[in-house]
Design a protein around this ligand. Structure first.
Ligand SMILES: Nc1ncnc2c1ncn2[C@@H]1O[C@H](COP(=O)(O)OP(=O)(O)O)[C@@H](O)[C@H]1O
Ligand SMILES: [Mg+2]
Length: 386
């Protein structure tokens, strides 16, 4: 068991490019920490520096209070659980789990005791004599974890362990890893680019962009209180709508509607003449006549495409993009590797609403549910408002 801390950690590869740039992060003993971000943002590099497979250019990594920068991977006592499980096909489950103990020439008695104990925890007892090829994907993953458990590793490290699996198995494995981590209470650092894994597995999530840490928070806080447009756009599916807005005479003019925002929101806008308004798709509802909050904003728009999924329904509503408002979003689209963020509004509606392509529909949203961002820095101006 151990806590892991990163202090101002930098990684520069040969070409001088900072793949990880000044990252500081405290991972508590027993915590399940997720490192997430788009491909190439430095997740694997960060993990590999913790485990010792990559030199640390600057900064310090400590495990259980001790500096490990100069320590070889085998002396850090961390267990990396690889994507392909790295099981030996010719060995039984028992011997696969026992492998690290055999390497250290531990006595048979000790090996048996530890393997059986791990197998018990992992519900693998009746499979100990089988070979990996006869096991399900989930069972194989557990064998790989068993190997880490018998070593009494201080922490588990995962690098996208589920990315090669089909969607159904991925879902099962996700639950399995979560259950095991909870049961074992072992410090875990888990790299993924998948926001569903990030949101469901982590006690906390660390979100990276181009090697820099953007925000570290519990999944719920990340979703509800994103510090900037990048975090807001990365977390949530479909992504948050970003609507360029002009500020004039105490009003916000969005491409789809103009209105006077609540005073405390306006105060945060300050003397800016342009801002970016963020509204999550699920914050919109269709207007059916009653039930509007006193401050709700209503507008009409034409539906381009409808996606009806039974339990969800999404409508896509194009709008005319104001001139010169899009450079921030273009860059964000590139970084997020996202579908088009511009010139269409995505709304999640009640699947019971009968909506078809070409309909003009009336929508409403509560202006308190919007985030307002600075167009230059992307900073969320409305954190803590309302
Ligand atoms: N061995 C290497 N040499 C040079 N550049 C590398 C090396 N490994 C990774 N990089 C670069 O560092 C950045 C971060 O890579 P990586 O940590 O693998 O990202 P992620 O795991 O988030 O996809 C990328 O731009 C990648 O091209
Ligand atoms: Mg990677």
């Amino acid at each position: 068991m151990a806590d892991i801390t990163l202090q101002n950690v930098v990684k520069r590869y040969g070409d001088g490019f900072p793949a990880v740039n000044d990252v500081s992060l405290d991972i508590a003993d027993g915590e399940f920490m997720i490192l997430v971000g788009p491909s190439g943002c430095g997740k694997s590099t960060l993990l590999r520096m913790i485990v010792g497979l990559e030199d640390i250019t600057e900064g310090e990594v400590t495990i259980a209070g001790e500096r490990v920068n100069e320590k070889a991977p085998k002396d850090r006592n961390l267990a990396m659980v690889f994507q392909n499980y790295a099981l030996y096909p010719h060995l039984t489950v028992f011997e696969n789990i026992a492998f690290p103990l055999r390497l250290r020439h531990q006595p048979d008695e000790e090996v048996r005791r530890k393997v059986e104990e791990a197998a018990e925890t992992l519900e693998l007892t009746e499979h100990l004599d089988r070979r990996p090829s006869n096991l399900s994907g989930g069972q194989r993953q557990r064998v790989a974890m068993g190997r880490a458990i018998v070593r009494d590793a201080s922490a588990f490290l995962f690098d996208e362990p589920l990315s090669n699996l089909d969607a159904k198995l991925r879902g099962q494995m996700r639950t399995e890893i979560l259950r095991l981590q909870r049961r074992l209470g072992i410090t875990t650092v888990y790299v993924t680019h998948d926001q569903v894994e990030a949101m469901t597995l982590g006690d906390r999530v660390a979100l990276l962009r181009r090697g820099e840490l953007q925000q570290v928070a519990a999944p719920r806080a990340l979703y509800e209180e994103p510090v900037n447009m990048f975090v807001a756009g990365f977390i949530g599916s479909p992504p948050m709508n970003f609507l360029p807005a002009v500020v004039e005479g105490g009003e916000l003019r969005l491409p789809v509607v103009g209105f006077r925002p609540p005073d405390d929101v306006l105060a945060r806008v300050g003397d800016r003449s342009r801002v970016m308004v963020g509204l999550r798709p699920e914050r919109f509802t269709t207007v059916t006549g009653d039930g509007a909050g006193p401050d709700d904003v209503e507008f009409e728009a034409e539906v381009d495409v409808v996606e009806w999924l039974g339990n969800e329904q999404y409508a896509y509503l194009p709008y005319d993009e104001p001139e010169g408002a899009d450079t921030t979003l273009e860059e964000l689209e590139r970084d997020l590797d996202s579908e088009r963020l511009r010139s269409q509004l995505v709304v999640a509606l009640d699947p019971a609403d009968a909506i078809a392509s070409g309909d003009r529909i009336r929508l409403r949203f509560d202006p308190r549910s919007m985030h307002v961002f600075d167009v230059e820095t992307g900073e969320n101006l409305t954190l803590g408002v309302g």
